[in-house]
Design a protein around this ligand. Structure first.
Ligand code: NAD
Ligand code: ZN
Length: 362
C-alpha cells in the first residue's frame, strides 16, 4: 500500500494506492469517516463492472450502503442529473453524518463531489477513481462541479474528500484510448515538475503501456499524486503555482472546442498542446533543442488523432482567446526552461508561432 498525504491548512487526507484495495474499501472508509450510511454514486459502465464488489465491501464492514448509477459520459455533469441526485440523497435519508462515495472517472468524481459539497451545506465524501485520468489528476485537489450549457466546469466548488482510495487494477478494463488519454497527464507531471520522473517514464515506456503491470502502474500513479498534491498544497485555490498544471491545456482546450468535443479525448488534445508548448519554449529560447527533441520523441509515441489539416492557426488562436476570456485569465502560456521546470509567460506573436508549428511540427 502506497500513501500520499494531501496536507492542507487545517486539514488533510490520505490517498491510498494499491492493486486490489477496492475490496478493502469498507474498513478504510469506516476509519476515515465512520458514516451512519453511505451512498455510492457511479456511472452505468463502472457500476456494472465494480458496483456489486464495492457494495459487498461496505456491507462486510457493517456500513449501510446504496448505489445510484448515472449515464456514462460528460453529459452527466449537468444540472438535471445533479437535481435528480439531490432527490435521491434526500429520499435515501442521508444526514450530515452520512458519506458519499464517488466510484468512477472524472465525470462521476466532479458530479458526486459537487453533490456532496452542496447537499445539507456539505457532507463527507470519499473518492474511488477508476480511470487513469481520475487517479492521477481529477481526484487530487478537491475541485468539484458540473458544466453549464455556456461552458464546461463553470459551476462548482472546492470540497476536499476524506479519503481517496485508488485501485490501479481497475484500469485493466478501461478502453485503451481512455488509458492513453490519461497517460498524457502523467507525462505532463514529469515535464512540469520532475526530470527524474520523465526519465523513468522514458525507460519504462513499454511496460507502462499495459495497465496489467500492477507494480509499475502503482508506482507511476503514486508519483503523479505526489506531484499534484504538492502543487495543490502550495496553492490550494489556484492563484499562482497551480497554473503550471495547465501545461499543454491552452492549445489543448482550443483543439477540443474547435472540434466541438467530438474528435479528441481531453488527454489527446493536451498531448498536442504539450508538443506545441515545448516547441514554443524552444522557439523563445527557454528550452534547449536537445531537450525539446527528447520531449517530442516521447510524445510522438502516443496514439492520438492528428490535428486536422483544415484547422489553421488563426482559428485555434481565436478559440484560445475565447476560452481565456471565460476563465478571466490572460493568454498566458505555461512554458519550460528545461524538463521539469515550468513557468508562465505571455509570449509575443503566439498566433504566428502556432501557424509555424502547425506547418512544421505536427
Ligand atoms: N476535478 C478536477 O480537478 C478535474 C481535473 C481534470 C479533469 N476533470 C474532469 O474529469 C472529466 C473526465 O474524466 P475521465 O476522463 O475520467 O472521463 P469519464 O469519467 O467520462 O470516464 C471515461 C469513460 O471510462 C469509463 N470507465 C471509467 N472507469 C472505467 C473502468 N475502470 N473500466 C472501464 N470503463 C471505465 C466511464 O464509464 C466513461 O465512459 C471531465 O469532466 C473533466 O472536466 C476534473
Ligand atoms: Zn487535463
Amino acid at each position: 500500500m502506497k500513501t500520499v498525504n494531501v496536507r492542507l491548512p487545517g486539514r488533510g487526507y490520505p490517498i491510498l494506492i494499491q492493486a486490489g484495495s477496492l475490496d478493502d474499501a469498507g474498513r478504510r472508509v469506516r476509519r476515515a469517516c465512520a458514516p451512519d450510511r453511505l451512498f455510492i454514486i457511479t456511472d452505468a459502465t463502472v457500476g456494472s463492472l465494480y458496483g456489486d464488489r464495492l457494495l459487498d465491501a461496505f456491507r462486510r464492514s457493517g456500513i449501510t450502503a446504496s448505489l445510484h448509477a448515472v449515464p456514462a459520459g460528460e453529459n452527466s455533469k449537468s444540472w438535471r442529473i445533479l437535481q435528480d441526485l439531490y432527490t435521491r440523497l434526500i429520499e435515501s435519508g442521508l444526514t450530515r453524518d452520512s458519506c458519499v462515495a464517488a466510484l468512477g472517472g472524472g465525470v462521476v468524481g466532479d458530479l458526486a463531489g459537487f453533490a456532496a459539497a452542496t447537499y445539507l451545506r456539505g457532507i463527507a465524501w470519499v473518492q474511488i477513481p477508476t480511470t487513469l485520468l481520475a487517479q492521477v489528476d481529477s481526484s487530487v485537489g478537491g475541485k468539484t462541479g458540473i458544466n453549464h450549457e455556456l461552458g464546461k466546469n463553470l459551476i462548482g466548488s472546492f470540497h476536499q474528500p476524506r479519503l481517496v482510495l485508488m485501485d490501479p487494477s481497475v484500469l485493466t478494463t478501461l478502453e485503451k484510448r481512455e488509458y492513453w488519454a490519461g497517460m498524457s497527464e502523467v507525462v505532463k507531471y514529469g515535464l512540469i515538475r520532475s526530470e527524474p520522473f520523465f526519465a523513468w517514464l522514458e525507460s519504462k515506456w513499454e511496460g507502462l503501456g499495459d495497465p496489467a503491470n500492477a507494480g509499475l502502474i502503482e508506482q507511476m500513479v503514486t508519483v503523479c499524486c505526489r506531484i499534484k498534491a504538492d502543487v495543490v498544497r502550495r496553492d490550494e485555490k489556484e492563484s499562482g503555482l497551480r497554473r503550471i498544471l495547465n501545461f499543454g491545456h491552452t492549445l489543448g482546450h482550443a483543439l477540443e472546442s474547435a472540434t466541438e468535443y467530438g474528435l479528441f479525448r481531453h488527454g489527446e488534445a493536451v498531448l498536442h498542446g504539450m508538443r506545441f508548448a515545448a516547441w514554443l519554449s524552444m522557439k523563445r529560447e527557454h528550452l534547449k533543442p536537445d531537450a525539446y527533441q527528447r520531449i517530442d520523441d516521447l510524445l510522438k509515441r502516443f496514439p492520438a488523432p492528428p490535428v486536422p489539416n483544415g484547422l489553421d492557426g488563426a482559428t485555434l488562436y481565436e478559440h484560445m482567446r475565447t476560452d481565456k476570456k471565460r476563465t478571466g485569465q490572460g493568454l498566458r502560456f505555461i512554458l519550460l526552461k528545461g524538463i521539469g521546470k515550468a513557468f508562465t509567460e505571455i509570449p509575443d506573436h503566439p498566433a504566428r508561432h502556432l501557424e509555424e508549428w502547425l506547418t512544421n511540427a505536427r
